[in-house]
Write a protein that binds this ligand. Sequence first.
Ligand SMILES: Cc1cc2nc3c(=O)[nH]c(=O)nc-3n(C[C@H](O)[C@H](O)[C@H](O)COP(=O)(O)OP(=O)(O)OC[C@H]3O[C@@H](n4cnc5c(N)ncnc54)[C@H](O)[C@@H]3O)c2cc1C
Length: 543
Amino acid sequence: MYDLCIIGSGPAGVIVALEYQKLKPGHRILLIEYGTATAAPRNCLDDSVKVIETKNHHLPYDCTNKGFGGSSASWGGRCVMYDEIDFKPRKILNGQCTWNTSLFHEVRRFAGPAAEYFECGEARFDLEEIPALAGTRIAEGFQSGDVRDSVIERWSMPTRFGNRYRAQIEESQTIHLLAGWEASSFRVQSKGGAIRDVQLKDFSRTMTAKVTARQVVLSAGAQETTRLLLKNKQVFQRRGGPPLALGKYYQGHVSGKIASICFSGNPARTEHGFLRASDGVYLRRRFQLSTGALLENNLLNTALWLDNPLYANPAHHNGPMSLMYLAMITPVLGKRLAPPAIAHAFTKGHDWGIMPHIKNVLKDLPGSLTTPAAIFYSRYCLKRKLPGVFLHNPQNVYALHFHAEQVPVAENCMELAEDGETLNIHYHVSDQDIDSVIRTHEFLDQWLRKCKCGELKFWHPREELSAAIRSTTIDGLHQVGTTRIASNAADGVVDENLKVWGTPNLYVCSSSVFPTSGQANPTFLLGVFATRLARHLASDDSN
Ligand SMILES: Cc1cc2nc3c(=O)[nH]c(=O)nc-3n(C[C@H](O)[C@H](O)[C@H](O)COP(=O)(O)OP(=O)(O)OC[C@H]3O[C@@H](n4cnc5c(N)ncnc54)[C@H](O)[C@@H]3O)c2cc1C
């Protein structure tokens, strides 16, 4: 009998466990993790996820990791805060924004403690809030207004939650980590609808067990949390069946590159790479449209940042980039350098062949070797790792990377197949999503021209932009929407305290509770919610 049972030990589960332990030192916590210490080449969970349309969605094994620490074993570590507008009902969201701005202001109070878990410094996400950097601009002539350049992403170590917090959990007298076991079903009390016990299967599904707990948190990652609820309809008996929203409104981000940004000022004054905070944390600017501009133009929230041209296209004539591209496409080496979903960012694009790349490497010697060697050292050998590689361009021209919100639509969903076990994932990018990306670029172009700071040069004629976005965008790493928060049981799956509507002791702590995807990668906000949930559980002793 535990006070708290947490299912899944990714960032969400680990933060809930450690925060709750601080608040309730005498309470017993069970942290159940499906994966084992030695990474198995295959597992039953990923083998029974089917991505129906694979064009814009990674395959199951590339989307998540199983094992203590969850997908933080391969995450990039980019920490971004959601914006107030993400919590605001907007015309473009077609009535599907089921949370509200008072919740945003309330949860924001937990950003500081969450940032400590991610080791990403202070929870300040705007350079205007950092005195030493306030008032600085991304490029000569840029003016902040309808487009802002002061919003930042912070970079984690990247913190691998398994390695970083293992000792703390193992030394704890009250947290019991049970690895190699899968939570598979729940028994529900007929009176009151409380979860009575959690039924478990071992990794090879040959043994079963059950545990009892006063409160249960599902933090098994978005897809497995959604599957557990879809498989266990009995938890919704008190409300007369599963919520309509369960499994629906699945979103990620539309991302890629369709244009270059050409600045007209002094190239030496363009801030193309990382800033460092006084504590050594890497920061990076993002362009974002102001709330007013987004609302007035009916646009989805989108972040844009300076990037390198496509690595695969040797027309960049850059020896170090060509060498890194060649390393990434080398079968065994490429896999060791980055997980497949991240390696894709280096290798995507047409195949222009390797000979032009070899020529680039030879032309730029010895820089073709020394620059990648220095990058390799900073990215792989230091404790706080260089999060990415952004090369200075003397012509003051940079590729522009966009990362955009999607409209929540019911057709993008996770649902159980007829066998009652397989999770089918339907994911596509809508015309509205794409139209918003193109119009956001056009808005930025006009803004740059107005400031006389530069302009955008699109890589394709306007009528071909849509196809270009559709053929390169891919997600499945940021999983949002399928167990969404709503202020009433009819519109969502969980309430604002993350309690599953209709149950007295079952909670969800996953990015699947976010009704909108915003411009932000989801894990930082998930950590914020996890910190807040621990406080709520500790104060809710009514069960
Ligand atoms: C390559 C890659 C790069 C990424 N980069 C970023 C980034 O830069 N920034 C960002 O914000 N996000 C990023 N993400 C997303 C980020 O990793 C996830 O948002 C985050 O890990 C989600 O945390 P979680 O705790 O909800 O789930 P997970 O980390 O997925 O952990 C869930 C855990 O639950 C376990 N589990 C599942 N089912 C069961 C069950 N039935 N019983 C018991 N245990 C179970 C799993 O084994 C797993 O260990 C990236 C993801 C990937 C794959």
